[in-house]
Design a protein around this ligand. Structure first.
Ligand code: SAH
Length: 390
């Protein structure tokens, strides 16, 4: 992770986060551990909990605990209550900066009335930002949020290429199906959905996109995908992948129409995009685990639906999440965002703020350098031309 490494070296040389108390709700992967070390190098005190009960890599938690430099509370497959308890404890531990992957920690701190000492928070997902903007509109948001997810390096690396590849990785590791020739239905055509659709197409699948936004639906059509409502796609798909940020985009009326052995996977927001109670209600028996992380639901007429990773983000639960190359830029950006908050020292107003484009550029520059890629610069005459309308 050379980009994060470069930021870490700078932090170690001049620890600008000295004494800063950071609480982070992230997927506990090897990449996250490297990020936690970089924050420590900057002088911060770091406490981590899981952003998802199924994504924790236990060997990473064990290594962090053995090292004893950061506080960690998580275990793979922990029951919902234990997961929520860790989150609640971290939210009430008087952190100054929060780092969040779905807004759960930030919302929890607000519910507990524990926002007084907060300088600000960093949010890394688009559904998380939707939720935080809704809180801001209600006048309920009590701290500054930096919208890391909306930086261009995030959208390119994390959403498009990261989710695009790791989602298919999760589906393939869980099922080992051949994608070529299958119909893959992608529900949601945001940055992540575009990545998944393009990768599935590249693997030889026939790809159908379902959208609610007319602009995105039109773009999907122009990108060469079939576009239709989910009810029409339900009868066609072999594999369904939700990447919408919305709840119940696949629900009872869709399950009723699906083919025998259709695969259902979520790469979006928590375990809400596939309506799990409706799936359980449509099945005649409780699900049977036919392969690790593949639950088979048998419907009244004998059709079998295969749910992956209990409806939780398949790329992290059934695979290892985004590759280190992707998390390199993502965590570098998050580290710069934390530094920005520390420097601002609480002077940012409560609300959702875009990340300064300079930080985004800095990460892109470091990434290009790590790839050994040089680029051109405008000369003085060109700069004069583009700056003036004459
Ligand atoms: N917490 C929610 C949504 C988060 S999934 C849930 O669990 O459903 C998307 C987030 O996972 C992104 O912010 C992405 O950066 C992060 N992610 C993906 N791969 C990762 C990895 N290898 N290590 C740490 N985080 C990862």
């Amino acid at each position: 992770m050379p980009v994060l490494g470069a930021v870490g070296e700078r932090f170690a040389a001049a620890p600008g986060l000295a004494g800063l108390r950071i609480a982070a709700c992230l997927h506990l992967t090897a990449e996250t551990a490297v990020f936690a070390r970089v924050l420590r190098a900057g002088g911060a005190r770091v406490a981590l909990c899981a952003a998802n009960p199924l994504s924790t890599q236990d060997e990473v938690v064990a290594a962090l605990l053995a090292e004893g430099e950061v506080e960690v509370s998580a275990a793979r497959g922990e029951p919902r209550a234990a997961y929520a308890a860790h989150l609640a404890r971290l939210a009430s531990s008087a952190p100054q900066v929060m780092i969040d992957d779905g807004a759960e920690l930030i919302v929890c701190a607000h519910e507990q009335g524990a926002t007084a000492g907060l300088i600000g928070a960093v949010e890394n997902t688009s559904p998380g930002l939707v939720r935080l903007r809704a809180m801001a509109a209600d006048g309920a948001l009590r701290c500054a949020i930096l919208a890391v997810n909306e930086a261009l390096t995030e959208r390119i690396f994390n959403d498009r290429y990261g989710t695009g590849q790791s989602t298919l990785d999760g589906v393939l590791r869980a099922t080992n199906i051949l994608l070529a020739g299958r119909t893959v239905v992608v529900l949601g055509y945001g940055f992540a959905g575009r990545g998944v659709a393009r990768r599935a197409q590249g693997a030889g699948a026939v790809v159908v996109v379902c959208e609610v936004d007319p602009l995105r639906a039109l773009e999907a059509r122009m990108d060469g995908f079939a576009v239709m409502p989910a009810l029409a796609a339900a009868a066609l798909g072999d594999v369904f992948i939700t990447v919408s940020g919305a709840p119940s985009v696949l629900r009872g009326e869709h399950f009723e129409l699906m083919r025998d052995r259709a695969v259902l996977a979520n790469a979006g927001h928590f375990d809400v995009e596939i309506d799990l109670p409706a799936l359980a209600a449509a099945a005649v028996d409780p699900p049977r685990e036919v392969l690790p992380l593949v639950d088979e639901y048998v419907l009244a007429d004998g059709r079998r639906l295969h749910l992956l990773a209990k409806g939780r983000v398949v790329n992290l639960a059934a695979a290892a999440g985004h590759p280190a190359e992707v998390m390199d830029t993502s965590f570098a950006l998050q580290a710069l965002a934390v530094e920005h908050l520390a420097r601002a020292g609480g002077s940012l107003e409560a609300g959702v703020h875009p990340l300064a484009v300079e930080l985004d550029r800095e990460v892109a520059r470091l990434k290009l350098a790590s790839l050994g890629i040089e680029i051109d610069e405008l000369d003085e005459r060109q700069q004069r031309y583009v700056r003036s309308f004459r």
